[in-house]
Ligand binder design. Structure first.
Ligand code: TRP
Length: 441
C-alpha cells in the first residue's frame, strides 16, 4: 500500500501569505509525488467548535476550498473533500470516545488553556467550555483513523493530537483486533515562517498579514507598508533580520535572491526594493488570484467537486470500514452466527468462514467464501491461479475492504472480484471478512 498522507484544514478566516508559503504551497507540491496517496479535507465539523456563526462557516469553507484549488491542488489526483460529507467520521468519533481515556482528554492543550484562563479569572474551571472543545482530539483522531493515514503533516501545536490518536487506536486494536494503523506526525520543522508587515511572524493574531488573494492594488499598498529601518537611498542595507528581504526570498529563486542581496549591499532605496518585492509576489500570485476569483464566482462547481470527493471516499473506504468496525465492537446483524471471538461466552466457537479455490471446466480459476454451507461470495473466474490467489489474499488480509455495488458485485479498486451469494447482505460479507482478518493476527 502506498504512503497515505492526510491533512485537515479548519475553515476559519481567509488564508494569508504565511499560510501559503508555510503550508499550502509545500503541501500541494508534495501531493504531486508518486507513491503518495494524499487526503485533504475541510474540517468543518471542527469549525463548529470555534464559531457558531453559520454564515461564517459556509463562507469560509467556500473560500478555503477555492484557495487550495486555485493553488493547484488537483482533485483528480488527491482525495479532496469536506469532513461533514463523510458522516462516518462522527460514528467513528463515538466508537473512539468509548475507548478514549477522559484523563487523557483533560490534558489536551486547548482544553487546558481554557481551564487556565478560567482559573486566572477566578471562574469555574469549565465555564464556557463546550463538550465539543473537550472532544476535539477524538474528532481529529476519527479523521485520521477513518482512512488509516500513515502520516499527518502538522505544526508543533498539533503533535499532541496525533499522539492521542495513536493512543485511541492502540486501545481499540488491543480490545477488538488490528483495525487501525498508528499514524505518525510529520512535524514541519523547516517550514518557512514568514514575517508579517511589522517583522513579527505573519499571523492573524498580530494583525500583520497580507491576505493571499488581495487584489493587486491592495497587495501593493500592503507591501509598501512593510516596516523597514531609516537608511537612506545609497546607504548599504542589512539583509539579516529584514522582513522585506525574507519575504522576497520566499518567492524568488536563488539567482534572483542573490541579485537582491547585491542590491541591498549597493544601497537600493527602500521604495525601489518594495516595488521589486511587490512585482515578484504578484508575478506568482496573479494567475492563482485569477483562478481563485473564478472559483469563488461558481460556488456550485466547488460544491460538486467536494461532494464527488466525499462520495468516492465513502464508497471505497468509509462505509465498508465502518461496517467492519461495527461488527468488531458487537454492533452486529443478529442473524449472523456468533463470531465466537475471545470475548464471547457462547461456548465453543463455530468454524470460521473459509475461502476455497478451484479450477472449473472452463479452465479458469475460481474461489468462493463459504460460511458453513452458505456461499457468502462467489469469485470471478481468473485467468491465472496467481491472480485468483492474490484476490483471495487481499480479501483475507482485511487491509482493504471490497466495495459492494448495487448489483451485489464486489470490487477491489476497479477490479470486480466476485458477487454476493444469494440472499447475502453486504454487511454480512464485510463482517465475515473482518472476522477472518481478525483471526489471521
Ligand atoms: N486541528 C487541525 C488544525 O487546527 C485541523 C484538523 C482537523 C486536522 N482534523 C485533522 C489536521 C486531522 C490533521 C488531521 O489545524
Amino acid at each position: 500500500m502506498s504512503l497515505r498522507v492526510l491533512t485537515g484544514i479548519k475553515p476559519t478566516g481567509v488564508p494569508h501569505l504565511g499560510n501559503y508559503v508555510g503550508a499550502i504551497r509545500p503541501a500541494v507540491a508534495a501531493s504531486a509525488d508518486h507513491g503518495v496517496e494524499s487526503f485533504f479535507f475541510l474540517a468543518d465539523y471542527h469549525a463548529l467548535i470555534s464559531t457558531q456563526d453559520p454564515g461564517r462557516v459556509q463562507r469560509s469553507t467556500l473560500e478555503i476550498a477555492a484557495s487550495w484549488l486555485a493553488c493547484g491542488l488537483d482533485p483528480a489526483r488527491v482525495a479532496f473533500y469536506r469532513q461533514s460529507d463523510v458522516p462516518e467520521t462522527t460514528e467513528l468519533t463515538w466508537l473512539l470516545s468509548c475507548v478514549a481515556g477522559k484523563g487523557l482528554l483533560n490534558r489536551a492543550h486547548a482544553y487546558k488553556a481554557a481551564v487556565d484562563r478560567n482559573r486566572a479569572e477566578g471562574g469555574d474551571d469549565d465555564a464556557g467550555v463546550t463538550a465539543g472543545l473537550y472532544m476535539y482530539p477524538v474528532l481529529m483522531a476519527a479523521d485520521i483513523l477513518l482512512f488509516n493515514a500513515h502520516r499527518v503533516p502538522v505544526g508543533r501545536d498539533q503533535v499532541q493530537h496525533i499522539e492521542m490518536a495513536r493512543d485511541f487506536a492502540q486501545r481499540f486494536n488491543h480490545l477488538y483486533g488490528e483495525h487501525f494503523t498508528l499514524p505518525e506526525a510529520a512535524i514541519e520543522e523547516q517550514v518557512a515562517t514568514l514575517p508579517g508587515l511589522d517583522g513579527r511572524k505573519m499571523s492573524k493574531s498580530y494583525d500583520n498579514v497580507i491576505p493571499l488573494f488581495a487584489p493587486r492594488a491592495e497587495l501593493r499598498r500592503l507591501v509598501f507598508s512593510i516596516v523597514t529601518d531609516s537608511r537612506a537611498p545609497g546607504e548599504p542595507k542589512e539583509t539579516e533580520g529584514s522582513a522585506l528581504f525574507q519575504l522576497y526570498q520566499a518567492f524568488a529563486g536563488a539567482e534572483e535572491t542573490g541579485r537582491m542581496r547585491a542590491a541591498f549591499e549597493e544601497g537600493i532605496a527602500w521604495g525601489e526594493a518594495k516595488e521589486r518585492l511587490f512585482e515578484r509576489i504578484d508575478a506568482e500570485l496573479a494567475p492563482l488570484r485569477e483562478r481563485y476569483d473564478a472559483l469563488v464566482a461558481d460556488p456550485g462547481g466547488i460544491e460538486r467537486i467536494l461532494r464527488e470527493g466525499g462520495e468516492r471516499l465513502r464508497d471505497v473506504h468509509a462505509r465498508p470500514f465502518l461496517a467492519r468496525l461495527r461488527h468488531a465492537v458487537g454492533l452486529r446483524d443478529l442473524s449472523l452466527r456468533d463470531a465466537g471471538d475471545a470475548r464471547s461466552d457462547a461456548g465453543a466457537a463455530p468454524a470460521p468462514p473459509v475461502f476455497k479455490q478451484y479450477r472449473e471446466a472452463d479452465g479458469r480459476f475460481h474461489f468462493k467464501l463459504v460460511d458453513g454451507d452458505r456461499v457468502l461470495l462467489q469469485g470471478e473466474g481468473f485467468e491465472s491461479p496467481r491472480d485468483c490467489g492474490r484476490a483471495v489474499a487481499v480479501l483475507k488480509s482485511g487491509t482493504v475492504a471490497p466495495r459492494i455495488d448495487g448489483a451485489g458485485r464486489a470490487w477491489l479498486d476497479d477490479v470486480a472480484v466476485g458477487s454476493l451469494g444469494a440472499g447475502v447482505d453486504p454487511d454480512a460479507l464485510l463482517a465475515a471478512l473482518a472476522r477472518l482478518a481478525g483471526e489471521a493476527e
